[in-house]
Write a protein that binds this ligand. Structure first.
Ligand code: HAM
Length: 421
């Protein structure tokens, strides 16, 4: 019978890889909590309307990529393509704004976008997502970006660049929209059908289009940043000063528009050359209108999401110190020794030592091989003779040296030996 395989674009994360995931998540938890962020857990399924209203009707995500279906009750539901909208929904549903003027939230989990799968692009992928709601100050932007860069440094990611831009605000963006609309109208014939339609609805989204003709059409388009208002300019300047004060290197990329409609003012992306076309490891920005647009009070916010698959694919190969191998392998020979090994192994685990043993009566040679394969630091040799003489041998698997350990009080001796080294 043929085995059933995973859905295209959905993948398993196996032991050997999961250690890196844990390392990345643990590091995120530590760094974010040092900045006062708290974890929030949100559902993967939401009402479709939430994403339509927040990400924007004319974005690629909403137009082409969402996993939307009617459930058995006839309600339109969508597997979340990103987390910001859901965090905002939870923020409003539980009136978090009423209990604290500042909310610092992070969440981990799978997102779903029906894009064409390729290297670094999946249909189920994972994000580490951060949102800070309350203050609209530019120094907060610098702080959030600084935290992202610190996190990436702590997971030992190298060779990335930070790009920032400003997308203006509802006061200044319409004037740019007009200029861009007029510019693109002259090139209408070279645009794809979707983009021709976007000309009338949301010309900014033409920047996201992957079709060659559209890419060429926008390549010499005017820059939004040249049309932003004085207040947005001032905000962008302060943000840059904040980054400089925190010694965070960045470059302004006036072409970056991000693929979601909710952004205002500061936006940013962390990119790398080694990911090919899917070069963004993380992206984010300010969204001062989103909470209001979702029916809440006027609360500005800023956040980012890191693509975990992409991040992990970039981490250095050698991360031996994050993979936990056994501290001790207990090789035993004979019934009695085996029973002692079983008890000792579980007692040591109880005391926080990673111990392994064998239950299938294999030869000492194959147990030693197994210990080696597991990468155990030490092997305890426990045979009938050893039991008689009330001592076992502890072998250092790296150096090969061997030392005796008395059977009485063995547990304590092993704990102090293994914890000390
Ligand atoms: P985004 O730029 O759409 O932003 O996604 C953030 C990151 O998720 C990307 O930089 C990338 O690393 C990863 N990513 C996106 N799509 C895929 C995919 N198909 N396969 C693998 N990785 C992918 C957002 O989602 C915003 N919600 C970020 C944000 C939070 N803005 C404010 N707060």
């Amino acid at each position: 019978m043929e085995i059933i395989k995973a859905v295209r674009g959905f993948k398993d994360i196996l032991p050997g890889e999961t250690e890196r995931w844990q390392f990345v998540e643990d590091t995120a938890r530590k760094v974010f909590s040092d900045f006062g962020f708290k974890e929030i857990k949100i559902p993967v399924l939401e009402k479709t309307e939430l994403f339509r209203r927040s990400i924007g009707e004319t974005t690629d995500i909403v137009e082409k990529e969402m996993y939307t279906f009617e459930d058995r009750g006839g309600e339109s539901l969508t597997l979340r393509p990103e987390a910001t909208a859901s965090v905002m929904r939870a923020y409003l549903e539980h009136s978090l704004h009423a209990s604290d003027a500042v909310s610092k939230l992070f969440t981990f989990g799978p997102m779903f976008r029906r894009e064409r799968p390729q290297k670094g692009r999946y249909r189920q992928f994972h994000q580490i997502n951060v949102e800070l709601l309350g203050p609209g100050d530019a120094l907060v932007d610098a702080e959030v970006i600084y935290m992202l860069m610190l996190f990436l440094e702590r997971v030992r990611l190298t060779g990335v660049s930070l790009e920032i831009n400003s997308l203006g605000c509802p006061e200044c963006r319409p004037s740019f929209r007009k200029v861009l609309g007029e510019y693109l109208a002259k090139k209408e014939k070279t645009l794809c059908e979707d983009c021709q339609r976007r000309l009338g609805t949301n010309p900014l989204r033409v920047f996201d289009c992957k079709v060659e003709g559209c890419k060429a059409a926008v390549s010499a388009a005017p820059f939004l940043i040249d049309y932003i208002c004085e207040r947005c300019k001032e905000h962008f300047r302060e943000d840059q000063e904040g980054l400089k004060a925190l010694k965070t290197a960045f470059a302004v990329n006036p072409r970056m528009v991000r693929g979601l409609d909710y952004y205002t003012k500061t936006t940013f992306e962390v990119t790398t050359k080694s990911l090919g076309a899917q070069n963004a490891v993380a992206g984010g920005g300010r969204y001062d209108r989103l909470v209001k647009d979702l029916g809440g009070p006027e609360v500005p916010g800023i956040g980012f999401a890191v693509g975990v698959e992409r991040l992990i694919s970039l981490l250095p190969e050698l991360m031996e110190d994050i993979v936990r191998s056994p501290d001790l392998y207990i090789a035993s020979l004979g019934q009695e020794a085996r029973k002692l090994a079983f008890i000792l192994c579980n007692r040591l685990r109880h005391l926080g030592i990673l111990a392994e043993t064998d239950y299938s009566n294999r030869s000492l040679k194959s147990q030693m091989k197994r210990s080696d394969k597991l990468g155990a630091r030490y092997t305890l040799l426990l045979g009938e003779n050893e039991l008689k003489e009330r001592k076992a041998f502890l072998r250092n698997m790296k150096g090969g040296s061997q030392e005796p350990v008395g059977l009485d009080d063995m547990e304590n001796q092993l704990v102090s030996l293994l914890k000390a080294r």
